[in-house]
Structures are given as structure tokens and as C-alpha cells.
Design a protein around this ligand. Sequence first.
Ligand SMILES: Nc1ncnc2c1ncn2[C@@H]1O[C@H](COP(=O)(O)OP(=O)(O)OP(=O)(O)O)[C@@H](O)[C@H]1O
Length: 260
Amino acid sequence: MSLMQVEKLTKSFGGLTAVSNVNMDLQKGELVGLIGPNGAGKTTLFNLLTGVYVPTSGSITLNIDGKKQSIAGRKPYDITKLGVARTFQNIRLFKDLTVLDNVRIAMHQNVKYGLGASFIHTPAYYREEKELLKMANELLEIFKLDNKKNDLSKNLSYGEQRHLEIARALATKPSLLLLDEPAAGMNPAETAALTESIKWLREEFNLTILLIEHDMSLVMKICERINVLDYGMLIASGVPEEIKSNKRVIEAYLGGEVNA
Ligand SMILES: Nc1ncnc2c1ncn2[C@@H]1O[C@H](COP(=O)(O)OP(=O)(O)OP(=O)(O)O)[C@@H](O)[C@H]1O
């Protein structure tokens, strides 16, 4: 079943077309890679899928819980509520807040109690806050950050900050998780651990995952399908074996050195 369908998606900035006529389909439960050279349009595509940018043309259809709807041009907050979460290439945490508060803030996208309840602290408010705290602690445990939950997030190591970003994204209870270079800046041991956790998270949280990554060993190891962008255009889409041997992809991006 298709969870997201992108058709003829285009984004131009003045004379520059950063994403050009892209068609892409994400099946429920898939782990898909999005690769391509610097400036190919990968982050711009993420920004279109998450409402940061309004497309110049084309459509994005989300199909979650049997409900099909167009999300092109909708606000990021609304798209998160519909079940699409992301992490950023440049880590975006509340650096002067604690690790726990970073996760709790992300969760408040989904609270059910109203504004009134949050002011007068009704039983519903306390019940839900207790639930949220429990879930926040569970997420921190998964990412082995529970012993640092009261530390300021700026004091975490780089790898830990990347993990906290993923925990924050998961706190919004997404169906689709978009990871923008999750292994950037990680050492080989951290990357290996992350590779395993991404696979595990997909199963555990019943996710569909689209990830941008320059680390080809990670991409080739865990992605079932890979989409390749070059100059904003989708130049290939296929299983890792097909992508590795695709002439156009080798010329545009992989070069001769990738044996992953
Ligand atoms: N807000 C913007 N205004 C103008 N040009 C932009 C804007 N955002 C992106 N671009 C341009 O669009 C093109 C695609 O950029 P994008 O960041 O999407 O590439 P990328 O594939 O994510 O690259 P990288 O791998 O380096 O992160 C680039 O030429 C970039 O300069």
C-alpha cells in the first residue's frame, strides 16, 4: 500500500529548479534511501514533504489510516500532526533545555487536553502528562539517554544529539520518518550502531522511513530501495544492487570507489 505519493513535484527558487518533476512512491513499511551529489535537491525535497516549502507545482498525497489527503503546501505543524516527522541535517535541538524537556516539547504536538485544562490542571491534564512523561522516559531509554535526561542537550556528544533528534521525531508518533543525514559527523562505531537502530526502530514503531545519507555503506546495507537525485531530477530508483551498477548513478554520484 502506498503511504506517500509524490507526482511531478517541482520547486524553483528564481531561475534555479532545485527539485524538478519528481515522481516518488513510498510503500507502507519500506526503508528507502534518497541519495545524490551535494546540491542535488535532497533536503529541498524533504522541505517540500514536510511543509517547509510550498511546491512550485506537483502533488504530494499522504495515505495514512486509510485516509488519503493532499499535503502539498500545508503547514509543517499540520503535516507533523498527520504523521510525518523528520530530523534535520544541522541538528535542531533546544540546546539550553534538558534532554527530557526536548522530548516532552515534541510530544505536545499530540496532546488531547485543551488549553483550559492546561491552565487549571484538570484530572485529564494530569493523566495525560503522566502518560507523556512515561513515554518520554521510554524513548530516552531506547536511545540510552535515560541516564542523561536532566543534562542540557548542548552538553551531549554529537552522536547523542543525533539520537536525541530521532527520539524527538518519534515523540510525535509518526507513520513516516524522514531522516536527513542521520550518520553525519558520527564515527564508524556510532554509524554501525545507528544502522542497527534504524532497522530496529522501523519494526518497533511500525514506521516507513525515507533517509538522506552520504554514507553509502549505511544506505546499501539497510535500504530496500534507493532513489537518486541529480540536479533536482530523479535519475534512478531501484534496489541497492541495481543502483550500484547503474551507469548514470555511477557517473553522477557513486564514482568508481563504492564497493559497499
Ligand atoms: N531557500 C533556497 N533559496 C535558494 N536556493 C536554494 C534554497 N534552498 C536550496 N536551494 C538550492 O537548491 C539546490 C538544492 O539544494 P539542497 O540543499 O536541496 O541539496 P542537497 O541535495 O540536500 O545537498 P547536500 O547533500 O549538500 O545537503 C542547491 O543549488 C541550493 O543552493
